[in-house]
Design a protein around this ligand. Structure first.
Ligand code: PMP
Ligand code: GLN
Length: 384
């Protein structure tokens, strides 16, 4: 069997969610909201199941969704996309990432990756024959600079895989940060594979800027979104892929033999949802931000050191001030003895991980967060 897979542990999200179920813990590990998601979008899916088309949809996605994606990104990110040539629908961002890496990489090509990295990236890069080159980001700011990029890029760089806003760090990179990375993509003729699934979950009045909008990047960016994140319906695996025609054409070839299509009823509901008013998106962001603030305040009051989160469903706690140096041991104790599941950030590093940071999902109701805070207070008292 292929050693990329025989050597892999089960993904940390599954491990922690299984432990949370077993221990009846409050699950702030795997990122999903406990809100059921917008009722009208779910109703649109139900209607489409009962009254709509339930056979294979067109391979690249139903036209109404591809058009809705182009309109949505024009409205929110100022992108001009030709829906017929530049927009494709996949079964989640995960399929889009896998397909893109398979379509782009030839064995021996170098792929620049930023650590902490979403856990699917590295096995996919390796399976495609790519050679990873890491840029190691460090808390509390998780920023990169010119020297770090200069070390990672080379004439062999084919792709840079860039996640913004960044899971698990909760960083939203600025236009200047993007311009710096873009200058390296242009210099080394690399494609930017941009995982922008958290694009709508940004706080404090920040606005997501797509790499595609940076001068010189329009023709060399693959932009990936996820309806699961946009509508807080993470079980809906509907990915939104945008790229210039020459790239899109090849991405379609990878998609045709991975999943070929994506459930048409979910596509119809997402097409409806993308057209929802600005008010819906602003309110959703506002509620998430309020949860972030509530949980941050509660943690700080209990003596935890919370790193700033500018976006995503996540915030991070720095364990160093507590004298803890092993995030995995910390998470095990927390779930086994105190009934709260979290994610050790070392799971997002390939080697020499940062082991002093733990990620919590705050996209939860107040009662869930308050329950977790109460348990964390027991933990803090015991540790003191
Ligand atoms: N990329 C990142 C950074 C994520 O956080 C996630 C999921 N949670 C995904 C990709 C996967 O998205 P999807 O569920 O649409 O496959
Ligand atoms: N993206 C989610 C997270 O970071 C989890 C997705 C998954 O479970 N694979 O928590």
């Amino acid at each position: 069997m292929n050693p990329v897979y025989t050597g892999l542990p089960t993904t940390i999200f599954e491990v922690m969610s299984a432990l949370a179920r077993e221990k009846n813990a409050i699950n702030l590990g795997q990122g999903f909201p406990d809100d059921p998601g917008p009722a009208d979008v779910r109703q649109a899916a139900a209607d489409a199941v009962i009254n709509g088309w339930n056979q294979y949809p067109p391979m690249l996605g139903i036209p109404e969704l591809r058009q809705a994606v182009a309109t949505h990104y024009k409205h929110w990110q100022g992108l001009d996309l030709d829906w017929q040539q530049e927009v494709m629908i996949t079964s989640g961002a995960t399929e889009a990432l896998a397909g893109a890496l398979l379509a782009l990489i030839e064995p021996g090509d170098e792929v620049v990756l930023f650590e902490p990295l979403y856990d699917a990236y590295l096995p996919l890069v390796k399976r495609a024959g790519g050679v990873p080159k890491f840029v190691k980001l460090k808390p509390p700011h998780w920023r990169y600079d010119e020297a770090m990029l200069a070390e990672a890029f080379s004439p062999k760089t084919k792709v840079v895989l860039f996640n913004n806003p960044l899971n698990p760090a909760g960083v939203v990179y600025s236009r200047e940060d993007l311009e710096l990375l873009a200058s390296f993509c242009i210099k080394y003729d690399a494609i930017a594979l941009c995982d922008e699934v958290w694009e709508h979950i940004v706080f404090d009045g920040l606005r997501h800027v797509s790499m595609m909008a940076i001068p010189g990047m329009r023709e060399r960016t693959i932009k990936i979104g996820s309806a699961g994140k946009i509508f807080s319906l993470t079980g809906w695996k509907v990915g939104l892929v945008c790229a210039a025609p020459a790239i899109s054409k090849v991405l379609g070839k990878a998609h045709q033999f991975l999943t070929f299509t994506t459930p048409p009823n979910l596509q119809a509901a997402v097409a409806y949802g993308l057209g929802k008013s600005d008010d819906y998106f602003e309110t959703m962001r506002g509620e998430m931000q309020r949860s972030r603030d509530h949980f941050t305040k509660g943690l700080r009051e209990r003596g935890f050191t919370v790193l700033d989160s500018q976006g995503t469903y996540f915030l991070n706690v720095d364990l160093a001030p507590l004298g803890a140096t092993d995030d995995v041991a910390f998470c095990k104790t927390l779930v086994n003895d105190f009934g709260v599941a979290a994610i050790p950030v070392s799971a997002f590093y390939a080697e020499n991980p940062i082991t002093s940071v733990v990620r919590f999902c705050f996209a939860k109701r107040d009662e869930t967060l308050n329950g977790a805070l109460e348990r964390l207070e027991h933990f803090a008292r015991k540790a003191a």
